[in-house]
Write a protein that binds this ligand. Structure first.
Ligand SMILES: [Zn+2]
Length: 352
């Protein structure tokens, strides 16, 4: 270790021990239900000593595990914020054994502008973890979640959808994990979420994700991809609401067993995976996307899944895109225009 490294290590250690710049009005040790705010300093032209106030709700009773629900990490995904706000108002603390912490709109600035990225610093909330107390607004929020909220939790459920540029068959999601015990416990929770699809995902890029940060702490992490297209549907919200309540039953914070999809006449959760790069079709052209199959369709390797049209050269033949593997069309690009490098489609395969 050279002198510079020693100095850097001392500086990093000192910085790590500085408190978060976020203050919170909720007392996490108190019983009952508290609607509060996390206050993030944000001095700017229109508010010299201004701040961003992100709603947070804590509901606690008796003893039991703590579950942290987050949503609105991306500002164009709506099932999570709706379901968590509904749950926060509806839950009676007297019925709980444990603690429920809800953050329905984690990236509040992005929710206000209905954008995936924060309009303040252009950062993607789910790519900045573990965050930084000395960083930009998005990094400061992530730092608070990582150092204060996640350590309180035994399990973290982070609700996502496809946003404006993707749409999914509603899915609860986990990752392939190196720890077989954690993998089994997470898979059991995933199944009990009761989404139409229980998906084990191989991410294209895990750098900076809340998922990875929680998994590295050895905690159970469940995510979702509930719908997309920059809106929500009655069905996708219903899947979210059943799923988050099922998580409370699964971890015995609420009494009673999880309610499977079969109880409402739906097919059982289909356990699927995206184990290989061939599941993802990345577009190599820019133009108008014509899908040849819709979400949920079973495809065989080689089947046409879509074509990209060159709208300024109508004489030119569209470029076809074919399924590289057999499976089900889990996700597709939204909206009508597509660019080179965009994710055009995701095909999932049944778990063996
Ligand atoms: Zn998202």
């Amino acid at each position: 270790m050279n002198q510079t490294t020693v100095v850097d290590a001392a500086f990093e250690s000192q910085r790590a021990h500085k408190p978060s710049r976020v203050s919170c009005t909720v007392d996490f040790g108190a019983d009952g239900k508290q609607f509060g705010y996390m206050t993030v300093p944000h001095s700017r032209d229109d508010s010299a000593w201004g701040s961003i106030q992100i709603p947070i709700i804590a509901i606690k009773n008796a003893t039991g595990p703590t579950i942290l629900f987050t949503a609105g990490s991306h500002g164009d995904e709506y099932e999570g914020p709706i379901a968590l706000m509904n749950l926060a108002r509806a839950l009676d603390p007297a019925g709980l054994a444990g603690r429920v912490i809800l953050v329905p709109t984690l990236n509040l600035p992005a929710i206000r502008t209905a954008t995936r990225l924060s309009p303040i610093d252009g950062r993607n909330m789910n790519r900045v973890f573990p965050g930084s107390r000395d960083g930009t607004v998005t990094e400061v929020i992530a730092d608070y979640v990582h150092r204060t909220l996640v350590p309180l939790a035994d399990v973290v459920v982070d609700l996502h959808s496809g946003g404006k540029t993707l749409s999914f068959v509603p899915s609860a999601v986990m990752h392939y994990l190196d720890d077989p015990g954690l993998m089994d416990r997470t898979a059991a929770a995933l199944k009990d979420f009761g989404a139409p699809i229980g998906l084990i995902l191989r991410e294209l890029d895990t750098q900076g994700m809340l998922d990875t940060a929680v998994e590295e702490m050895g905690k159970i992490f469940i995510s979702t991809e509930l719908g997309g297209s920059g809106t929500s549907t009655a069905r996708s919200v219903a899947v979210a609401e059943r799923g988050i309540r099922n998580m409370l039953h699964h971890f015995a914070i609420l009494p009673g067993a999880p309610v499977p999809p079969e109880a409402t006449g739906e097919p059982p959760t289909r356990m699927m995976a995206t184990p290989e790069a061939e599941c993802f079709t990345i577009c190599a052209d820019a133009g108008i996307l014509e899908m040849a199959v819709d979400l949920g369709t079973e495809v065989k390797a080689g089947d046409l899944i879509g074509r990209v049209h060159f709208f300024e050269e109508p004489a030119r033949a569209p470029v076809p895109y074919h399924a590289k593997i057999s499976g089900m069309l889990l996700s597709r690009h939204m909206p009508g225009l597509i660019q080179r490098g965009d994710c055009l489609a995701v095909i999932a395969t049944d778990l063996a």
